[in-house]
Design a protein around this ligand. Structure first.
Ligand code: C2E
Ligand code: MG
Ligand code: MG
Length: 603
């Protein structure tokens, strides 16, 4: 590097002074002409500035690369104007160096062409209040270094950060979340049955699939709120801080930072699974692949990158073991219920297609004659592990997630088909009762679904009754009002379930075409032991009668309750005293044993 020395006070004689100075430092042989030639031809940018940052002199390279112009009489170009503005600009560093008498080096973008990167050295010459600047264009060299870095930090197939790089990203993100008091989630994704794809279609197509998956992941998380909040604009612009990476093989990871709730991670996981579920077209072949996602949350499931990766990997294995195409939270440290809730939600998504649901039927008996009046269809779920999950636990989840629409349709269809089977077997005639959740009523087209289920099973609308809950009629949601109107217009009856547990007002009861009230079993429970329960039950029955409604008592377990409810004037009774809900075959046997007089002709 050639140093150019200029004394500020000399003004126009600056160059001569420079040469003199060079001669002093390399006194041996340099002539003035040679010095001048060196100065002129140097490919490095050479310039000198006075103490106030004003340009004194510069060489052609400086003119060309930095757009410097020889000092004009007034003002002249300042050192600070040379470079694109950057937070810790040259002048700041230079001033520091000035104070310390050191050389500063920095990479700076040239002002004339911000794509060019300059390696700048700035030094104060002592004696004399002069700054010497030498700069070299390192754009190409820097680009090469960047590419090398890419090679070691990025996966060449997908262009995503690799494991090493990702680990650094996690550590940085943890630091950020620690400062912001936020949570962070790591999603570990494995492609289901990827080995089969590789084995059957070959590695080239397997690679294509991985590339498509990487693309889907990118677009799936692009709109994600959690991520939008996570990544600053700078980070988003920088591929190096992409929150997705490929660890190798069919394993990808996603980093979600600044979370308020771990549930936000579940939302992203669902979005990702959804994005991957569309078919992939690989060289003219349609492929369907699922994925399994394990979620680990910082700080609960691991304090550093290594821990978190391990936990998320474990959770991913669990998701896979449960059949894949699902996500699971790592569950050593999150509280058991929320883990269960989140995992149930994930499993519930697959339950319909996996045929994990079944229906049981519980008889409703005529309170006076004891004859079979109706059967209530009640859903049962045995998940992939063989563990039964009660409807009280999963129906609310199904409602929250909207899955109830699909599940409810299945229930309607299946129950109606079962009725058809019993009808065709010549069993006694009775009503079918099906529970309808409020979310189903909100969903467009519920009446059509009911109509279709009836039609497909060749049932009359009067064969069916839908049990709705008090929340359905409390809420004046126009969609619900419309749905109820359409259902009754079909000729299907409505019963109000669990009456007395909610807040239904009498006016609401009158506003809707409800035919039957089902007294909640909590009232029936206390009959015979609690005077107030007895008073309440009797008031409900009297009220219902006054409104012209039929009354069913649920949860009848003892003979004493049967007697009391009969006395009160209940029309129908349902409960363990008569029968538990039964699987269809058992219910069929019960039907076969019913009094022959109530059999319907076989149609
Ligand atoms: P629900 O509609 O009030 O159903 C009656 C519940 O009481 C059933 O519980 C039934 O098994 C239980 N039960 C019947 N007799 C007795 C008795 O004598 N003693 C006691 N202790 N319990 C009795 P299950 O099947 O667990 O269903 C619970 C709730 O889940 C149902 O209450 C209903 O609200 C909902 N549900 C069940 N199946 C469906 C469905 O297919 N769709 C919808 N949307 N909800 C359903
Ligand atoms: Mg019910
Ligand atoms: Mg009930």
């Amino acid at each position: 590097m050639v140093w150019l020395v200029v004394f500020p006070s000399t003004g126009r004689t600056a160059e001569r002074a420079t040469m003199a100075s060079l001669r002093q430092t390399r006194a041996s042989d340099a002539t003035e002409g040679l010095d001048r030639a060196l100065f002129e031809r140097a490919s490095e940018v050479l310039a000198a500035f006075d103490d106030s940052g004003r340009l004194l002199t510069c060489n052609p390279a400086a003119r060309q690369q930095l757009g410097l112009v020889e000092p004009s009489a007034a003002g002249g170009l300042r050192l600070t104007e040379l470079f694109a503005p950057e937070p810790d600009g040259v002048e700041v560093a230079a001033l520091r160096a000035l104070a310390a008498g050191e050389t500063v080096r920095a990479l700076r973008r040239a002002r004339r062409d911000v794509k060019r990167l300059l390696d700048v050295s700035l030094q104060r010459v002592v004696p004399g209040p002069v700054w010497l600047l030498a700069a070299r264009d390192v754009t190409e060299r820097f680009e090469m270094v960047r590419r090398l870095r890419e090679l070691v930090s990025f996966d060449p197939l997908t262009g995503l950060p690799n494991r090493e790089h990702f680990r650094d990203q996690i550590d940085q993100a943890i630091e950020r979340c620690r400062r912001g008091g936020k949570q962070l989630a790591l999603l570990f994704l494995g492609v289901d049955r990827f080995k089969q794809v590789n084995d059957s279609l070959g590695y080239a197509k397997g690679d294509l699939l991985l590339k498509q998956i990487a693309e889907r992941l990118r677009s799936a998380i692009r709109g994600s709120d959690a991520l939008a909040r996570a990544a600053s604009p700078v980070e988003e612009a920088d591929a190096a801080s992409s929150p997705i990476s490929r660890l190798g093989g069919d394993e990808f990871t996603l980093l979600l930072t600044d979370l308020d709730h771990p549930q936000d991670a579940a939302r992203v996981a669902r979005r990702v699974l959804h994005a991957l579920s569309r078919s992939h077209s690989i060289a003219d072949q349609e492929l369907f692949v699922g994925a399994s996602i394990g979620i680990a949350v910082w700080p609960e499931d691991g304090v550093d990158a290594e821990d978190l990766l391990r936990s998320a990997d474990t959770a991913m294995d669990h998701a896979k073991a449960h059949g894949g195409n699902a996500y699971e939270f790592f569950n050593d440290s999150m509280n058991a219920t929320s883990v269960r809730r989140l995992n149930l939600e994930s499993r519930l998504r697959r339950a319909v297609e996996r045929e994990e649901f079944s229906l049981v039927y519980q008889p409703l008996r005529d309170a006076r004659t004891g004859r079979l009046a109706a059967a209530e269809a009640l859903i049962r779920w045995t998940d992939g592990d063989g563990e039964p999950v009660g409807p009280d636990e999963f129906i609310p989840i199904a409602e929250e997630t909207g899955l109830i629409v699909e599940i409810g349709s299945w229930v309607l269809h299946t129950a109606c088909q079962q009725m058809r089977v019993w009808r065709e077997a010549g069993h006694p005639s009775f009503r079918l009762s099906v529970n309808i959740a409020v979310e189903q009523l909100r969903h467009l087209g519920v009446a059509e679904r009911v109509d279709q289920a009836l039609f497909e099973a060749a049932l009359a609308p009067s064969d069916l009754e839908l049990e709705i809950t008090e929340t359905s009629i409390l809420d004046a949601d126009p969609r619900i009002v419309a749905a109820i109107g359409q259902i009754t217009a079909l000729g299907v009856g409505l019963a109000l379930d669990d009456f007395g547990t909610g807040y239904s007002s009498l006016s609401a009861l009158q506003r809707f075409p409800i035919e039957r009230l089902k007294i909640d079993r909590s009232f029936v429970n206390g009959l015979g032991s609690s005077a107030s329960d007895e008073a309440l039950a009797s008031a409900i029955v009297a009220l219902a009668k006054r409104l012209g409604l039929s009354v069913v008592a649920e949860g009848v377990e003892t003979e004493e309750q049967v007697g009391l409810l009969r006395e009160l004037g209940c029309d129908e009774l349902q409960g363990y005293f008569f029968s538990r809900p039964l699987p269809p075959e058992e219910f069929g046997r019960l039907l076969a044993s019913e009094p022959v007089g109530s059999r319907t002709p076989n149609t």
